[in-house]
Design a protein. Sequence first.
Length: 100
Amino acid sequence: LCSVARSLGYLRPGSSEVLAAVVDRAQAAIIADLAAPSAVGEDEVADDGAPIPLPGGPSPRHLAMLCQGIAQLAQALPDAPARLDALLPLMDSSLAAAPS
């Protein structure tokens, strides 16, 4: 969904409702990904034999793609600044969990 949202900046569909719906879905997927518990790696164990949780949440790349798509659609999405304001704090936690 993040890739689709980013691509919409280039495709520029005529309907702002379509743009808003796709971006809404992408943002909802990012938030759901943040709320999901992190997975446990089957082959990853600590020295004491306990499973090591895998990092959860959206990747910094996916968040960046969504932010780029929203920024490109700023003229068609009147609430683009508010959407970016809501996503940028997530970037900190995403980068902390999966530094690149």
